[in-house]
Design a protein around this ligand. Sequence first.
Ligand SMILES: Cc1ncc(COP(=O)(O)O)c(C=O)c1O
Length: 345
Amino acid sequence: MSYKGIADFRSDTVTRPSEEMRKAMYDAEVGDDVFSDDPTVNKLEELAAEKVGKEAALFVPTGTMGNTIAMVLQVGEGKEIILEEKCHILNFEAGNISRIARAVPRALPSDRGKIPLDLIEKNIHTTLRDHMTTTRAIALENTHNTWGGAVLGLDYLEKAADLTKKYNLNFHLDGARVFNAAIALKVDVKEIAKHFDSLMFCLSKGLSAPVGSILAGTKEFIKEARFVRKYLGGGMRQVGVIAAAGIVAIEKMIDRLQDDHRRAKLLAEKIADLPHLRVNPQEVETNMIMVTLNSMTSDSFLKKLAAQDVLALPFDAKTVRIVTHKDIDDNDIERAITAIREAVR
Ligand SMILES: Cc1ncc(COP(=O)(O)O)c(C=O)c1O
């Protein structure tokens, strides 16, 4: 249900914690997590690792920090990482690859997040010549935010993983919304995660926790990740108060993502029937809709929606993003359709 009468479709990050999360936070048993003494954080990390089928996991404050730690450990100074050109790590994480990991990004084009495998292979540098650095890692994003929540399928992931094995590269997943991908593919999330050496997923997006993400991988990797988190200033103390909501997120909030997907599809189909707007419902695979405006700018369109207490996000001058999530119900979808119809009239 919308919060204070505003149907907020800007992002799934706007979700408020559920009552159950707030109660769990209140009741959480805590300790000093820098000493590994916080039982609630320890429980969350065990649960998260088990959920994605990895040996260990680390609770981090943000997805950006999780990805940054992975860049430091999986790539390293002066080495190259292959990424998709519109990915979050490269475009929306304030230059973490260069500033912190001091690594070299090699950005490649894609078909909705899928970089052609032959293009990846052509861009892997293995021989160290005195004017060329070597490729150390590949990172993919599933679901892909800028590509409107597009899903990378298991077949593609398997083939990409084969390449990483062939060239002995580290393979990282920005899985901020990996549970949306698993729901869309109708598979256990482990089937996605198993292809990667490390993955980050967010508790604070569709899963609705107020704060936090998880970085998962081998025990050795997570031991090192803990150290990197510390020097990035992410060693938190009685953080079980937040981790408690993360536990509820993993235990209770995954299956309901299918409602978000259903609503996004429905809304996309309705928008596709309206004049002056372009949307391809076939491309709405998860909880995001990218709408192209034929005759209006994003700003003027969004102002008209906001006047009716419906919010969405400008992506560029002619594209807006609409995201469904826990705090959007069927009634909000109807409100959005009415507001959009009115805005393009
Ligand atoms: C695909 C993707 N990766 C990483 C992040 C970063 O997460 P955070 O905002 O918690 O740093 C986001 C946030 O929107 C995202 O969409």
